[in-house]
Design a protein around this ligand. Structure first.
Ligand SMILES: [Zn+2]
Length: 231
């Protein structure tokens, strides 16, 4: 408990126990997945699932702090497992070196409490959202495009899902200042921790971040009646 002593006044022993018991699946170990995984491991989330089908490339290293030169051309899941394993050896880590799709989701999502989606493409976002709705799991979605970023909390049936208002499925984010990934990734981890410890106040489900103006706006998105996510 000494490791987590600075959490105590905020979340108490019960909150820390909830984190220790929690099983969180993090999809993607890139710019957003790196800070998310560090923050969840540091907080003492007991089991972390890590999905990524990529290998480490030199162009990743301006923002993907899990990885380093020693892991170039190696699977990102291996790099993530070693880095997080050294950082907090008490955490159970399960890695999946494959693309997150409906088949993989079917096999692994039921065993997790919550999903944090840290990918850079809409096809995987839509797949993650669909399985969050299907398996009734809370999903923390996040993304960055240029100087804008967002975090969306998806609680099926309670908030809007990622697909409630329609999305394009062919866009891949390419432009990103490395430091901004730390803001969004840590915000995803923070919202995940708030969900797991019961300190989310329920007043918002979407956070828009403007990096140029250095401002943040929040709102609650109601589920769209026409979307299949509303039960
Ligand atoms: Zn929806």
């Amino acid at each position: 408990m000494e490791r987590y002593a600075r959490h105590q006044e905020l979340i108490g022993a019960a909150g820390q126990t909830a984190l220790a018991k929690a099983r969180v699946l993090v999809i993607g170990t890139g710019g957003l997945g790196s800070p998310t995984l560090f923050a969840l491991a540091a907080a003492g989330v007991g089991t972390l699932g890590i999905v990524d089908d990529d290998v480490v490339e030199i162009s990743n290293l301006n923002r993907q702090l899990l990885h380093s030169d020693a892991f170039i051309n190696q699977p990102k899941t291996d790099s993530a497992k070693q880095t997080i394993g050294r950082f907090n050896p008490d955490i159970q880590l399960k890695t999946y070196s494959q693309r997150f799709d409906a088949d993989l989701a079917e096999q692994i999502v039921p065993e997790y409490d919550m999903l944090v989606d840290c990918v850079d493409n809409y096809a995987t976002r839509i797949a993650a959202n669909a399985c969050a709705v299907k398996y009734n799991k809370t999903l923390i979605e996040g993304g960055i495009e240029g100087m804008s970023g967002f975090v969306q909390i998806v609680i099926p049936g309670k908030t809007a899902c990622f697909n409630c208002f329609g999305v394009e499925d062919n866009e891949i984010y390419r432009q990103v200042l490395g430091a901004s990934t730390g803001i969004i990734g840590n915000l995803q981890a923070l919202e995940c921790i708030k969900q797991l410890t019961g300190i989310w106040d329920g007043s918002y489900s979407y956070i828009a971040v403007d990096f140029r103006q250095c401002s943040m706006e929040r709102m609650f998105l109601e589920p769209n009646d026409d979307c299949g996510c509303k039960k």
